[in-house]
Design a protein around this ligand. Structure first.
Ligand code: AMP
Length: 288
């Protein structure tokens, strides 16, 4: 028996109607496919928590800018479905672009302020595309819970906020970043890395760890923390820094001083690839 795959909005609504009427707890894991262990950790958690698990696989054109990799984004539906089957997913929703966007959309979901910095600066309208497609998926599937990775921390903050602002009845469940043994955050785009680039890519996590060590040692000045982290990145000649910032975790606004929990966020370019990563840091507690 292979996993049930549904490609149309009408059919998924019909399939999930009895689930919505029942007491069953439903979880949704939205993805763009090309699964790695990060995706699988979300599915595993949803399977553990929920009676019914829906995984969506949709490469959303509206979150890719001109010149970005929409056309070449890895698509591995067959093996993704095999994972879903092995993990006991109930339904995979895998619509076409035409099904999700049969005409040019005129309605979008935009979350002010949270998308202004970090990836929002170099990927214009990316978060508008993400917020809109996630709103559509939540509206179509109507899950009790939806699972997202902290790998995309700014995306997660935006989704959390849109759920609050639009009174959506869903609980957003964040899950930790899954990494390769050398620290590189797993990503479907890691397969773009040429071997010498892959070898150097873990420098991104090392730079974030450098920032974390300083914060945990009591440093509060964001300029010094980021300066040290940047020096780690600059040791690698193949790398260009897109951004390296310290932000407060809820609204993702840059901070000049560490006074509470902060997220260190970075994006680098290495060859033709762009990698993002982040780490949550806490100030040391002072015993009185
Ligand atoms: P994507 O298919 O890249 O859109 O990702 C689908 C979901 O998987 C998003 O919620 C991501 O944040 C999450 N995800 C991607 N990479 C990782 C990772 N390394 N660890 C944990 N979650 C991840």
């Amino acid at each position: 028996m292979s996993v049930e795959v549904i490609e149309t909005i009408d059919a998924i609504r019909e399939r999930l109607h009895p689930v919505l009427l029942s007491d069953d707890f439903m979880g949704l894991v939205p993805t763009m496919g090309a699964f790695h262990d990060g995706h699988l950790s979300l599915i595993r958690k949803a399977r553990k928590d929920c009676d019914s698990v829906v995984v969506s696989i949709f490469v959303n054109p509206h979150q890719f800018g001109p010149g970005e990799d929409f056309r070449t984004y890895p698509r591995t539906l067959k093996s993704d479905l095999a994972h879903c089957e092995a993990m006991g997913v109930d339904v995979v929703f895998a619509p076409s672009v035409k099904e999700m966007y049969p005409r040019e959309p005129l309605t979008f979901v935009e979350v002010d302020r949270l998308g202004d910095h970090l990836c929002g600066l170099c990927r214009q309208s990316h978060f508008k595309g993400v917020a809109t497609v996630v709103s559509k998926l939540l509206n179509i599937v109507q899950p009790d819970r939806a699972y997202f990775g902290e790998k995309d921390a700014q995306q997660l903050a935006i989704i959390r906020r849109l759920v609050i602002d639009l009174d959506l009845q869903v609980q957003i469940v964040p899950l930790p970043i899954v990494r390769e043994p050398d620290g590189l955050a797993m990503s479907s785009r890691n397969q773009y890395l040429e071997p010498p680039e892959r070898e150097r890519a873990p420098v991104l996590y090392r730079a974030l760890q450098m920032a974390q060590q300083q914060i945990e040692a009591g440093e509060t000045d964001s300029g010094s923390i980021l300066g040290e982290a940047r020096r780690v990145l600059e040791e690698e000649p193949l790398i260009e820094v897109d951004y390296l910032e310290l932000v407060e975790p809820e609204e993702m606004q840059p901070v000049s001083e560490v006074t509470g929990p902060v997220r260190v966020c970075a994006a680098i370019r290495i060859g033709s690839s762009r990698l993002i990563d982040n780490i949550l840091c806490e100030k040391p507690t002072t015993d009185s």
